[in-house]
Design a protein around this ligand. Sequence first.
Ligand SMILES: NC(=O)c1ccc[n+]([C@@H]2O[C@H](COP(=O)([O-])OP(=O)(O)OC[C@H]3O[C@@H](n4cnc5c(N)ncnc54)[C@H](OP(=O)(O)O)[C@@H]3O)[C@@H](O)[C@H]2O)c1
Length: 237
Amino acid sequence: MTKPETMLVTGASRGIGRETVRRFFLAPQGPRELILLARKSDAFDRTVAELAADNPYERTVHRHDVDLADRDAVIGVMAEVADRHENVDVLVNNAGFTDPKPIQQIDFSSFERTIAVNLYAPFTIVQELLRHGNSFQLVVNIASTAGLGGRPGWLTYSASKSALITMSEVMKEELSMYGTRVVCISPGRCATDLRRTLAPDEDPGTIMQPEHVAAVIEMLASDVGRFVDSQNLVVRQ
Ligand SMILES: NC(=O)c1ccc[n+]([C@@H]2O[C@H](COP(=O)([O-])OP(=O)(O)OC[C@H]3O[C@@H](n4cnc5c(N)ncnc54)[C@H](OP(=O)(O)O)[C@@H]3O)[C@@H](O)[C@H]2O)c1
């Protein structure tokens, strides 16, 4: 793989996204420019400030505060990204949302938000950048083992991730002719805020950490990553 110069990560404020950004930012072979997406928050401010405070390779960070459930806003940000950057070489569709509820209590707007963030946003980002002439080297979509099997209370989340796994397969087939690799990762339980929402009583110290998933993403973007030919890579403890 040619050395990626520009990388875009969604859900960059916290959890797996934050660790992924940190890992590439601090790697000697990391991209020159990092484009970070999340909603405006103290956590996002902190992540961006931490990167600025320890920037050994003088990399550039571009921050976009955007609600990924707002499709028009996502389209607008992609136009800005395409205007400002020559190309996005590596895209990590990491942002995720969950609002676990039994079927009777599911609010339809919450289902819509889950699908918008977990499925429509990755699609819109890929589609918009392609329409702007972008040529991805690598697209990593972060699904979940929840997309491989159902659990009580996880209907909206599981449905969104299951669809993301299948959507990634189609992207992989369609984009290979442009030299783009598309890999879907399905993490198992990982110690983040999202996991706390799904399993509030679990001890986060006993499960996989965000940096472990970030290390797998780094491997996928490395020279050996092209030897991983998987429809859906399960990453779990
Ligand atoms: N943790 C696990 O056990 C686990 C297991 C399997 C898969 N995953 C997947 O891994 C990915 C990362 O999740 P995580 O565990 O690291 O969770 P997290 O710590 O809760 O982080 C979620 C990230 O997604 C962003 N996000 C959520 N809703 C958004 C919205 N409407 N607009 C923009 N950004 C939004 C958040 O940014 P804001 O600051 O804007 O909220 C945050 O940066 C997700 O796709 C998740 O489904 C996680």
